[in-house]
Ligand binder design. Structure first.
Ligand code: 0L1
Ligand code: MG
Length: 263
């Protein structure tokens, strides 16, 4: 199969899996040519397809696989990234129905809102902070289209890094007031503490994950654009969701964010 046919085939299957709520098997066995570089092309095609059909547009990006534990589990040394679309945003105070999801999970993250372009190569943590207008608490709802969340890195990249929905706090904070490495976080489910952590859980510093992405984007002629929101990666493992569950994340200095899931 030629490359463009592989890209279209995998993007179509992932799109259908999401719409029809039917998980698929890993693609790497059927398409041995599916490496990381080709997977990002599939991701681009999938996003193009969603923008066409859902009449939405790109509003930012997300980092995935930022924790050492997840990277080791997948045998990789790098994170991944995906695209955030306007249609994926949900707002605080709106209950989230789990009915469109296959097996969604929720993650506590820090969102960065950019007011300057960030273009590689050699982007540093300082460059990311200098281009960031605001940070805010965020929750990401991930939902892999693969059966049992079982995939390789190229599979997950093709699947837009398991992105599904995201929510960001409505109060924004300037990043220069905080040491993001040391920023404490408490993640609760139904009032009970599920996880605690600090910003350093994300590759030593959440902005380091975004710097990695900016340098990776440079290789394909892309950059972070002013106005974009970037979710910098989860500070803890992802939590499973059942109808009625209430989740909250509280950060030292930048407040909290909460949501409830319904059937
Ligand atoms: O946001 C994430 O960390 C998810 C990345 C993709 C892999 C997964 O679903 O765990
Ligand atoms: Mg995430």
């Amino acid at each position: 199969m030629i490359q463009t046919a592989i890209i279209d085939q995998i993007a179509d299957e992932l799109y259908r899996a999401e719409k029809e709520k039917t998980s698929v098997n890993k693609f790497v066995e059927r398409f041995p040519k599916l490496d990381e570089a080709l997977a990002y092309k599939v991701q681009d095609r999938l996003i193009e397809l969603k923008c066409e059909v859902e009449n939405t547009k790109r509003v930012g990006r997300k980092l995935g696989l930022t924790s050492k534990a997840k990277q080791e589990m997948m045998g990789v040394h790098e994170p991944s990234y995906g695209v955030l679309l306007g249609s994926m945003q949900v707002f605080e105070g709106e209950p989230i129905s789990i009915s469109p999801f296959i097996h969604a999970k929720v993650e506590p993250e820090i969102a960065f809102i950019f007011d300057k372009e960030v273009k590689g190569p050699s982007v540093t943590v300082a460059d990311i902070l200098a281009a960031t207008a605001y940070i805010a608490p965020a929750l990401e709802i991930i939902d892999s289209r693969f059966q049992g969340f079982s995939f390789t890195l190229p599979d997950a990249v093709a699947d837009n890094s398991s992105s599904s929905r995201f929510m960001i706090g409505e109060r924004f904070y300037k990043p220069d007031q905080f040491n993001l490495q040391l920023m404490g976080m408490v993640f609760r489910k139904n009032g009970e503490v599920l996880a605690t952590g600090a910003g350093a859980a994300v590759m030593g510093h959440p902005a380091r994950a975004i710097a990695w992405m900016a340098n990776r984007l440079h290789k394909i002629g892309q950059s972070i654009q002013p106005g974009e929101v970037v979710l910098s990666g989860s500070l803890s493992g992802a939590a499973t969701i059942a109808p009625g569950d209430h989740f909250s994340v509280s950060f030292d200095g930048i407040g909290s964010l909460e949501t409830v899931f319904t059937q």
